[in-house]
Design a protein. Structure first.
Length: 251
């Protein structure tokens, strides 16, 4: 018995259009990112692209070293690492010719989903600490600066006592859970069951949680020397939930 398989022309046409759009997006994305390369990085990246296009495979580390005119394989590796950090290439380290161009889908894997632990007060003793995981945010991994995602949490700031540090109500404060903090670090601390964002200062027998605001109503909180913080602020994303129109200007 002969079986006839019917192909939906509409679906094929739609998939073709989507594929073309993805290719156009990937080309545009690569062009934009190559603008930020140094001359040597751009030269190496273009050589890799040429090899992939002409030979169907990437150059080896030795071939790249010969092309660059260097004897140190470590130098080649450093250039490849810089291209990889810029999301231009993906390397399979256990393959001799394991370099390929990064695509939109590859870039999407560079994100991490983090829990919004609770609101954190930039005012004195305003917000209670509640370990609520009802909200999550998806962030580019660059925001966590190489930290272990399992040790990174997000707090939504409330209040203005850290305004001079660029932290205000609604901002997302990205925090690494750690006890390793130094003088002048911005930290998240839990005091009397309340979550606070402050600058930490150490004196010989005390820990001072200092507001960063010129408003005199905000005063430091002085704790005993053995006081421990929750973690250290590693980045801040400004509140994007406002109703005002965003205007983008060419730099």
């Amino acid at each position: 018995m002969r079986r006839v398989l019917h192909t939906c022309v509409y679906c094929v046409h739609k998939c073709t259009i989507v594929t073309q759009i993805q290719k156009l997006y990937n080309v545009r994305m690569l062009k934009e990112k190559t603008k930020k390369l140094t001359q040597k990085q751009k030269k190496i990246f273009e050589y890799i692209c040429d090899c992939l296009e002409k030979d169907g495979s990437s150059p080896t580390i030795l071939e790249l070293a010969k092309f660059m005119g260097v004897s140190s394989l470590r130098t080649v590796t450093q250039y490849l690492e810089s291209l990889e950090k810029k999301n231009l290439i993906i390397r399979s380290r256990h393959q001799n010719r394991g370099i390929r161009l990064a695509t939109h889908n590859d870039v999407m894997t560079q994100t991490v989903i983090l829990p919004v632990l609770s609101s954190a007060g930039c005012d004195n003793m305003q917000v209670f600490a509640e370990q609520s995981f009802a909200e999550f945010v998806t962030l580019d991994r660059d925001f966590i600066h190489g930290k272990n995602p399992e040790q990174v949490f997000v707090f939504r700031a409330v209040g203005d006592s850290m305004s001079d540090a660029g932290i205000g109500t609604g901002d997302l404060v990205i925090t690494e859970k750690t006890l390793e903090v130094v003088n002048k670090d911005k930290v998240v601390a839990v005091v009397d069951g309340m979550v606070l964002i402050k600058q930490i200062n150490f004196s010989p027998n005390a820990v001072v949680l200092q507001p960063m605001s010129r408003d005199p109503q905000y005063r430091p909180i002085i704790m005993k020397k053995d006081f421990q913080v929750f973690g250290k602020v590693i980045d801040v994303i400004k509140d994007f939930s406002g109703e005002e129109e965003l205007v983008y200007e060419a730099l």
